[in-house]
Design a protein around this ligand. Structure first.
Ligand SMILES: NC(=O)c1ccc[n+]([C@@H]2O[C@H](COP(=O)([O-])OP(=O)(O)OC[C@H]3O[C@@H](n4cnc5c(N)ncnc54)[C@H](O)[C@@H]3O)[C@@H](O)[C@H]2O)c1
Length: 275
């Protein structure tokens, strides 16, 4: 059911790779809620062609940009202003990648060049896109900028490796830029800390299935899906959340506030009676 929450709003969505991507679901929801969109992803991700399908459904323009390249981001921002026919009301940063995770490097044997890449792609790109938006005066007053994070920013999940540092930096950037953008243009900046979700980035983490099931059992409401996340993003882009800024918002079915659940006790009880 649509509520027209984004009627007349213009947005840029980074990171829709395929139909499992969180950004894909956000684009569909934002379109359904009346927004006009530009979709963007790294040029290499474009070659897979999936994003064009999404663009057709959403009647959106696709503008490639490597989110670590200031030149690409400047081009994206300039073209988006033209294509959308005015300033931007919301941006979704749905980007994450760690070469160390991808190549299963142990945390005690990290490649530091790759570590810097992880930070650049998964965290600094958030600062870069906001800095470019500010310099181009691209945001409308009371606009909303959201990035996606994970609870490994606060707690250790061994296989998340250097992505944990990237997410901690991402959340910190949201606070620092959130202050600045609030003062400058009344733009709000938040991160959503999302449950494990079955996407390409998610499945790239070793042991993800166990991770996913554990989080599901540890969340009183169960894991939040990509669709749930899309609904939450829409509320943050809408005018109903104008005073929410500089926050890391837990969207995890209650996981982050739970010590133990009946389901987890049951699993351990069964294991004990078997051994
Ligand atoms: N899947 C999960 O379990 C989970 C949980 C919490 C948070 N998140 C976060 O959600 C966000 C989206 O991930 P997803 O799960 O939808 O996976 P995904 O693999 O579908 O999306 C990741 C996107 O990042 C893009 N990307 C990588 N390098 C880029 C670059 N240099 N420039 C521009 N784009 C680039 C990829 O092309 C891809 O579209 C990420 O920030 C991820 O860390 C995911």
């Amino acid at each position: 059911m649509a509520y027209n929450l984004l009627k007349g709003k213009r947005g840029i969505i980074f990171g829709a790779l395929d139909e499992n991507s969180i950004a894909w679901k956000v684009a569909l929801k934002a379109h359904e809620e009346g927004a006009t969109l530009v979709l963007t992803n790294a040029p290499i991700a474009m070659r897979m062609g999936e994003i064009k399908k999404l663009a057709e459904i959403c009647n959106a323009e696709v503008i490639p940009a490597d989110a670590t390249s200031i030149e690409d981001l400047e081009n994206l921002m300039t073209k988006s202003l033209e294509v959308l026919g005015g300033k931007i009301d919301f941006i979704l940063h749905s980007i994450g990648m760690s070469p160390n995770v991808r190549k299963e490097k142990s945390y005690g044997d990290l490649n530091y060049e790759w570590f810097l890449k992880t930070l650049d792609i998964s965290a600094l790109s958030f600062h870069k896109m906001m800095q470019v938006a500010e310099k181009k005066d691209a945001m409308n007053e009371w606009g909303s900028i959201v990035a996606l994070s994970y609870i490994a920013a606060q707690r250790t999940f061994p296989d998340y490796s250097d992505m944990a540092q990237a997410k901690a930096a991402l959340e910190s950037i949201a606070r620092s830029y959130g202050y600045r953008f609030a003062k400058l243009k009344k733009v709000r900046v938040n991160t959503i800390s999302q449950s494990p979700t079955l996407t390409t980035a998610g499945k790239g983490i070793s042991g993800f299935d166990v991770f996913f099931d554990f989080a599901d059992k540890m969340s009183p409401l169960g894991n939040a899906t990509a669709e749930d996340c899309a609904n939450y993003c829409v509320t943050l882009f809408s005018d109903l959340t104008r005073k929410v800024t500089m926050q890391n918002l837990m969207h995890d079915g209650g996981f982050s506030s739970t010590g133990i659940t009946d389901e987890v006790i049951e699993v351990f009880t069964k294991n004990k009676s078997v051994s």
